[in-house]
Structures are given as C-alpha cells and as structure tokens.
Design a protein. Structure first.
Length: 103
C-alpha cells in the first residue's frame, strides 16, 4: 500500500516558486533526520521521495481529480528513490496521510 506520509517544501531562492516533494517517510523521521544533519553541519539530507518513471518528482496535484466527498488518483507514482536535498532549501516539512491506493 502506497502512502504519502510527509510533504517537503523546498525553495532555492526567495523569488522561486516552491518545489514540493512527497515522501513515504513519516514526518517525525524526516524532521529528526534534518535536525541531525543540521547539528552535524552537513549540507545535504538524503530523503525518500516519490518519483515518476523518468525520475522526476511526482506531482500529486497534477494527478488527482477531486469529487464532492473523495478524490481519485489518476496516476500513481512509479516508485520512490533517495533524493539529496540541500538542507538550507527546505522551508517546511508537513505531515500527511494520503493513501494512493484506497480513497
């Protein structure tokens, strides 16, 4: 069963639009990993994120149709892989509970 458990917002420069990465990792795990990497003065954090068949970040908004009481995931992500994200680019980590199979 595929689930999105955390949403990671990233922005390289202030005027850039945010890049959104969806992760199967629990939000507490992601937050703790980021905090540990910051404490150790590391530059990147390696996080599992959902991707398409071309290894582009999965875009949930582009693949969902909303109904009055439910939603339909038109195309699920093909897989997830480890992405190295610069820690200073992460602006927000949000908890989620999105079931990609049963909705």
């Amino acid at each position: 069963m595929e689930r999105i458990n955390s949403i990671i917002y990233c922005r390289r420069f202030e005027k850039d639009s945010e890049t959104i990465a969806y992760s199967p990792a629990k939000v507490d795990e992601v937050a703790n990993l980021i905090e540990t990497k910051k404490t150790n003065n590391e530059i990147f954090v390696c996080l599992p994120v959902f991707v398409t068949s071309t290894y582009a970040l999965y875009d949930l908004d582009a693949n969902v149709t909303y109904g009055s009481n439910s939603y339909i995931v038109n195309n699920k992500p093909d897989n997830f892989c480890k992405f190295y994200i610069p820690i200073k680019d992460i602006t927000l980590v949000q908890g989620a509970d999105i079931d990609l199979d049963n909705h």
